[in-house]
Design a protein around this ligand. Structure first.
Ligand SMILES: *Cc1c(COP(=O)(O)O)cnc(C)c1O
Length: 459
């Protein structure tokens, strides 16, 4: 009998609920604060931006939240997603480790992001929203929301970080194919964008700036809401279908992971894979070493501080306690655009500060080398973001080889890189460098963190 490489679940085995880790946390999260008063915000503060169903999920402590039928129907276009044993990569590395990866690149837009965009579009449609605004870094989120908006009949306006807008014309074309409007950010459509352009006409943009533009546009119109592709609790919740499926698939494979790995931009694909396993760890049903990976040029988890900060550059959002590099920090224009965010999910930041996982940062050249090695062995070309997970998985497999230990590694391959061939072309042409962030700019940005009343910090 030949050995299995691919673990597939049937349509019937698609998860019926999302897993909400808030039900199982050893310590509750710090509150989200209103910037003017310093007091915790209530659902009413968020209602101009989000539909009530998503606000309810944002603050829910219910363990299992049912996935609505119309969302399941769309999920079934690509879910359950496959889990692979990377046998060819194991062979090339000559490692005793077993390497598994959950592959989210089978979705229409090529990443994990439709797991939440479809849910968000559904709840917005239910509550009468006509238009959604959003930001996009590498373009994956914009493409995913464009697809979901198309399915549920919503207009979608996407503010795309200018450096990606220029580097990735095909992403823009994909969004337009799904019926969305795509604008390079900073733009002159918003106060926030005009303000940045006045100070720096050549600004390449950042996720923080693009968020300001999208939030500003949504706040102005009654029929328009804002949609975020990462960071928030409800986004991480929707992504847990990844880990819920992976648990069943690892059972099919007859293996239990020792090490879990995923890359982190705002934290959603990491949370999606890891939270269902973390639930088992918290109950003493499994023991996993869990590693979040990020670029050294935007080292939110490894070099950031855990503090209250704004989610955007223009300071339109509430104050979130999170790992942050400071909202005025603009990361270098590396090719893993989806990982260029100054902040991190507050939920994930809280969980990291409870000591439940570790973080590692990698320069981009080593990540591309790992991605190329993976592609040559396994056939799938990873997204530049996903390469940060591939790199850590290969490093761990090589540690196993050195030490003669046979660990089981599971990582999330969050998306394919078929829209990112310019990045690979630049890598092969020797045009990529290990971009480092500006230490002085980082110190300045951290020095500019908002002052929060001491009573709240203590809480
Ligand atoms: C957006 C994106 C990321 C980073 O976002 P998270 O919310 O941290 O998951 C990682 N990989 C891919 C393929 C992406 O599109």
């Amino acid at each position: 009998m030949t050995e299995s490489t691919k673990y597939l679940l049937s349509d019937q085995e698609i998860p019926r609920y999302w897993y909400n880790i808030a039900a199982d946390l050893p310590k509750a999260m710090p509150p989200v604060l209103h910037p003017a008063t310093g007091s915790p915000i209530g659902p009413g503060d968020l209602s101009p931006l989000f539909p009530m169903a998503l606000i309810a999920q944002e603050v829910s402590t219910e363990r299992e939240i049912e996935i609505p039928e119309p969302v399941l129907d769309v999920y079934k276009l690509w879910r359950p997603s496959p889990l692979y044993r990377a046998r060819q990569l194991e062979r090339v590395l000559d490692t005793p480790a077993k390497i598994y990866y959950k592959y989210e690149g089978v979705s229409p837009s090529g990443s994990h992001k439709p797991n939440t965009s479809v849910a968000q579009a559904f709840y917005n449609k239910e509550e009468g929203t006509r238009r959604l605004t959003t930001e996009t870094g590498a373009g994956q989120w914009g493409t995913s929301l464009a697809f979901a908006g198309g399915v549920f009949g919503l207009d979608v306006d996407v503010y795309m970080v200018k450096v990606s807008y220029q580097q990735k014309p095909y992403r823009r074309a994909a969004m337009e194919t799904y019926g969305a409007r795509c604008v390079a950010s900073p733009s002159d459509e918003t106060e926030a964008g005009r303000h940045i352009l006045a100070a720096d006409p050549d600004s390449t943009g950042s996720l923080g700036i693009a968020i300001s533009e999208a939030v500003e546009m949504a706040a102005q119109r009654d029929d328009t809401k804002y949609s975020l592709g990462s960071v928030l609790n409800h986004v991480l919740l929707h992504q847990t279908v990844i880990g819920l499926e992976a648990i069943k698939q690892m059972e099919m494979a007859g293996d239990e992971p020792d090490i879990l790995i995923a890359c982190t931009g705002g934290g959603s694909n990491f949370a999606g894979l890891v939270f269902p396993f973390l639930a088992r760890k918290l109950k003493g049903q499994g023991d996993y070493r869990i590693i979040a990976t990020e670029p050294t040029s935007c080292p939110t988890l490894t070099r950031g501080v855990y503090a209250y900060d704004f989610g955007d550059t223009a300071h339109l959002t509430p104050l979130l306690k999170m790992q942050t590099l400071g909202s005025s920090f603009v990361p270098p224009g590396i090719h893993a655009g989806g990982l260029r965010y100054h902040g991190m999910s507050p939920l994930l930041s809280h969980i990291m500060n409870l000591g439940l996982f570790e973080a590692q940062a990698f320069p981009q050249l080593g990540c591309f080398a790992a991605g190329v090695q993976f592609a040559r062995a396994e056939g799938i070309i990873p997204a530049p973001e996903s390469n940060h997970a591939v790199k850590a998985a290969i490093d761990e497999a090589l540690v196993c080889k050195r030490d003669g230990t046979a660990k089981t590694i599971l990582f999330n391959l969050s998306g394919h890189g078929n829209f990112d061939m310019q990045a690979y072309a630049d890598y092969f042409a020797g045009k990529l460098i290990d971009d480092v962030h500006d230490e002085a700019a980082l110190a300045t940005a951290i020095g500019e963190l908002p002052k929060v009343p001491a009573a709240q910090i203590a809480g």
